[in-house]
Design a protein around this ligand. Structure first.
Ligand code: NAD
Length: 435
């Protein structure tokens, strides 16, 4: 059992802290956001993640998990400190490391003994070395610090499951001692561990996300060609994915990737490469393709309807993917923006992401948590997120509820042969339209 402090109680930090407490460690989660910590103290999770709240209350009850905004309390007993603060995108595409450096200064000022600092946040190659020297240079307590790069691969919406069932745990360190301690912490997870140097571990994270983003943009490009040639992207992707060298995952054509990771991490890797004079042309193309893909439904709707002025458009789904309330860099934001520019009246439905989305469009978009209300008398419906209730919505309801059942499905939720049974117009991605 170790005394662990986790800095940052977002998607990564909270899930990491909770899962480490679940396997027996004593975990203190520290965040500077007072609102988040007071919610957590009441047993409420600030993020929507299956199983999370149950595990929080279980581990708080047995005193293995606590939450604080107080620096002294957070660091006084820490042997291992996880860094899980945000590394958002700066305007130039680089990763903003302000939160990381602030957290490093806090460790330096408040940690009492020697510590192992484990960086879960996604940080550019070389950052862990800076973290180490920052903590040591500023430390009044002459701390001895070892750093470990331990990038995170969880998927939002299944974060708890992924933490306990990941494909691999990457531990990058120049200290055998630190690498051993962290491997031991993860022993109960029974997940293969790979040991690397720090820089390789940092690069594994960026390269993995860039590769997955590349798969998505690749299949989206193939889908655009399929549309023009009369092939069906679902069959094409299925046929490709059965080749074990290719694999089925991340081969679903749609309206592009979004979320808090792929968009920012691909842009950051282009910058990281640029700094060593490598123009990462492939990844630049991936990003460009994705930007176009995110607004593909609007482009299609304009081509079909001419003008969208005054049309009631039902947007079904706001979250960047199902089972999360995260709307960071979601295609829905781009779509809503473009629809508003075209003069459409937008009503948006999402089962959990409405509150966050309201902050982006406080006046302009109407929001509802009722799917049927969104569709009522709509001229056009856009399927944006493949939430289960949206995927399972009987097609008959579009026919009955909408003024004119014209659907633009960005997630290919319905088989074409099923759509053929209804009186509706249906446009999807990489498949023939049904008129
Ligand atoms: P998040 O924005 O949800 O949470 C970050 C938290 O850190 C916030 O609660 C914020 O208040 C807190 N924070 C910031 N500075 C702080 C400080 N100095 N002291 C204490 N708390 C501070 O971020 P996230 O989605 O959990 O991502 C965290 C990191 O993990 C990022 O680098 C991200 O790229 C990476 N990552 C995220 C995911 C994901 O699916 N979200 C997956 C893998 C990796």
């Amino acid at each position: 059992m170790r005394n662990i402090t986790v800095i940052g109680t977002g998607y990564v930090g909270l899930v990491t802290g909770v899962c480490l407490s679940e396997v027996g460690h004593k975990v203190t989660c520290f965040d500077c956001d007072k609102e988040k910590i007071s919610q957590l103290k009441l047993g409420k999770s600030p993020i929507f993640e299956p199983e999370l709240e149950e595990l929080i209350s279980k581990n708080v009850k047995i005193n293995r998990l606590s939450f604080t905004t107080n620096h002294s309390e957070a660091f006084k007993e820490a042997e291992v400190i996880y860094l899980a603060v945000g590394t958002p995108q700066k305007e130039d595409g680089n990763a903003n490391l302000d939160y990381i450096f602030q957290a490093a200064m806090d460790i330096s000022n408040y940690a009492k003994g020697n510590v192992i600092v484990v960086t879960k946040s996604t940080v550019p190659v070389g950052t862990n070395e800076i973290i180490k020297s920052l903590i040591q240079a500023d430390s009044k307590n002459q701390l001895k610090v070892e750093v470990v790069s331990n990038p995170e691969f969880l998927r939002e919406g299944q974060a708890i499951h992924d933490t306990f069932n990941g494909d691999r745990i990457v531990i990058g360190s120049s200290s055998n001692y630190a690498a051993e301690v962290i491997s031991k912490i993860y022993e109960p997870f029974n997940i293969p561990i790979i040991h690397t140097d720090i820089r390789s571990a940092e690069m594994i994270k960026y390269a993995s996300n860039a590769f997955l983003a590349t798969k998505i943009s690749f299949i989206n490009e193939i889908s655009s060609i399929c549309e023009k040639l009369g092939a069906n992207i679902d069959d094409v992707a299925h046929g490709m994915g059965m080749d074990s060298r290719i694999g089925t995952q991340f081969l679903r054509a749609g309206i592009g990737y979004g979320g808090s990771c792929f968009p920012k991490d691909t842009k950051a890797l282009v910058q990281i490469a640029g700094e060593v004079n490598h123009k990462f042309e492939l990844l630049e193309a991936v990003i460009h393709i994705n930007n176009k893909q995110q607004i593909k439904l609007v482009t299609k709707a304009k081509e079909r309807c001419g003008s969208l002025q005054g049309k009631k458009v039902a947007m079904l789904g706001l979250a960047f993917k199902p089972n999360t309330n995260d709307i960071r860099e979601a295609a829905s934001l781009q779509i809503a923006n473009h629809l508003l520019i075209e003069g459409a009246n937008v009503i948006a439905y999402d089962p959990v992401a409405v509150e966050l989305a309201k902050k982006h469009f406080p006046q302009q978009v109407k929001f509802t948590s009722n799917l049927i209300e969104a569709l009522h008398m709509a001229d056009i419906a856009f399927i944006v997120t493949e939430w289960e209730d949206i995927v399972k919505l009987p097609l008959k309801l579009y026919e009955i509820m909408m003024k004119t059942p014209i659907i633009f499905d960005g997630r290919n939720c319905y088989p074409l042969r099923e759509v053929n049974n209804y009186q509706m117009e249906y446009h999807s991605i990489g498949r023939s339209s049904i008129l």
